[in-house]
Write a protein of this length. Structure first.
Length: 351
C-alpha cells in the first residue's frame, strides 16, 4: 500500500483528493492536514464523508509527515511548499504540489506574476511538470511533481497537438476560458457569494492572470520557441468545470490551401489515441462541462473556419479532478508504478 499524506485536506482540491483516494485500492491516507481544523473529525467538515472517512485532521507538520508517508500532496496556497521544502524531505517522500510553486522554470517569471519571493528555487530545475499526457516518462522518475492548474491543463491539452505539429501559428493563439466557482477555493470572498455569482458572468484577471506564463511556457516547448498568447478567464455560475475556446490561424499548405479537418484529427489522434483520459469528440461535436463533471476526462473538439483561415479548438474538464486532484492521483500512479487509471476510472455524473 502507498501511504499518502495530504496537506490542505479541507480545501476543495484537498477534499477531492480525499474522495478519490478513498476509492483507490492501493492507497492508505495516513495524514489529513488542515491548519483550520486541527483535532476535528474530517467528516464533521465534509458531511459527505460520514462513515467513509473516520480520521481526524492534523496540522501541516511536514517534518513529521515525511516520516509516515510515501507521498505528500500539498493542496495549499502559492508559497507554502516553497517556503518549507528541504532536500531531506525529498529523500524520504515524493511530493506532488498542487500550487504553482514549481511549475515555472524561471524564478523571475514566478516572482513577477505571483508577487512573492520564491523560497526554494534550487528545486525548480528538477521539478517535473505533471501533465501526464506530455511528460509521462519524466514523471515516473521524479521526486517532485508540479501538478498543473485547471485552466492550464485544459488550455494546453486542447492546443498541444496542433502546436506540436506546426499546424497553427502559435503566436496568434487566443484562449477564452470559463471556470466554475470552486476554482476560486473554499475561502470566504465577497466576489464568490451566491448573489454575486448566480445569474452572472464576468471576466477577471484580464491580461494579468497568473496561468498565462504557465501556458506560454508549456506550449512554447511544443512549438520549439517562445510564444505569447492572449488568455482571458471568466467566472461562470456553476460549481465545477472548465471550458476553453481557443482560436488560432492555421498554417497554410505549400499550395496556399488550408489543412483539412482530417489532417487536424490525425494530429490529435497521433498524441491522444491511446490516452485513457482524453476523449476526442466526433466531428461537429462541441465539448460541454456537464459531460466531464466529477471525472478525470478532458473532452476536445475543433472546427475549421474556412472564411477566416482559423481553427476553433474547444476543451472541457472538471477543474477539481483533471484540473487538480485527479491529475495528482494520476501522477501518483505513475510515480509508484501503479496502473495509471487506478482510482480514476469514474464515469462523469449527469445531470
Amino acid at each position: 500500500m502507498i501511504k499518502a499524506g495530504i496537506i490542505g485536506a479541507t480545501g476543495y482540491a484537498g477534499a477531492e483528493l480525499v474522495r478519490l483516494l478513498t476509492g483507490h485500492k492501493e492507497v492508505d491516507v495516513c495524514w489529513l492536514g488542515s491548519r483550520s481544523y486541527i483535532d476535528k473529525k474530517y467528516a464533521s467538515v465534509y458531511g459527505n464523508m460520514f462513515q467513509i472517512v473516520e480520521g481526524t485532521c492534523f496540522d501541516d507538520n511536514l517534518e513529521a509527515l515525511v516520516n509516515e508517508a510515501d507521498v505528500v500532496f500539498t493542496a495549499t496556497p502559492q508559497g507554502f511548499l516553497a517556503s518549507l521544502l528541504k532536500e531531506e524531505y525529498l529523500q524520504k517522500a515524493k511530493f506532488i504540489d498542487l500550487s504553482a510553486d514549481y511549475r515555472l522554470k524561471d524564478v523571475r517569471v514566478y516572482e513577477a506574476w505571483y508577487h512573492m519571493e520564491h523560497k526554494s528555487p534550487q528545486f525548480l530545475k528538477e521539478a517535473v511538470y505533471g501533465l501526464c499526457e506530455v511528460n509521462r516518462e519524466q514523471i515516473k522518475r521524479a521526486r517532485l511533481i508540479a501538478n498543473p492548474g485547471c485552466y492550464t491543463t485544459c488550455s494546453i491539452l486542447t492546443a498541444y497537438p496542433l502546436v506540436k505539429e506546426g499546424l497553427i501559428d502559435a503566436s496568434t493563439l487566443i484562449i477564452d476560458a470559463k471556470s466554475g466557482t470552486s476554482g476560486a477555493g473554499r475561502g470566504a470572498k465577497a466576489a464568490n457569494l451566491f448573489c454575486e455569482v448566480n445569474e452572472n458572468m464576468k471576466a477577471y484577471g484580464v491580461t494579468t492572470h497568473r496561468h498565462t506564463p504557465e501556458i506560454e511556457e508549456q506550449l512554447g516547448y511544443a512549438a520549439g520557441s517562445e510564444i505569447k498568447i492572449s488568455f482571458t478567464p471568466h467566472l461562470a455560475p456553476m460549481n465545477r468545470g472548465i471550458l476553453v475556446t481557443e482560436y488560432a490561424s492555421l498554417v497554410r499548405n505549400a499550395d496556399g490551401s488550408l489543412p483539412s479537418a482530417e489532417t487536424l484529427r490525425r494530429a490529435y489522434e497521433k498524441y491522444y489515441a491511446d490516452e485513457p483520459f482524453i476523449r476526442l469528440l466526433d466531428d461537429g461535436t462541441c465539448p460541454e462541462t456537464k459531460w466531464v463533471e466529477t471525472s478525470n476526462y478532458t473532452d476536445i473538439g475543433f472546427r475549421i473556419d474556412e472564411r477566416t483561415g482559423r481553427v476553433v479548438m474547444m476543451g472541457a474538464l472538471d477543474n477539481l479532478v483533471k484540473g487538480a486532484a485527479g491529475q495528482a492521483v494520476q501522477n501518483m500512479n505513475l510515480l509508484f508504478g501503479r496502473k495509471e487509471t487506478e482510482g480514476l476510472a469514474l464515469a462523469p455524473v449527469f445531470p
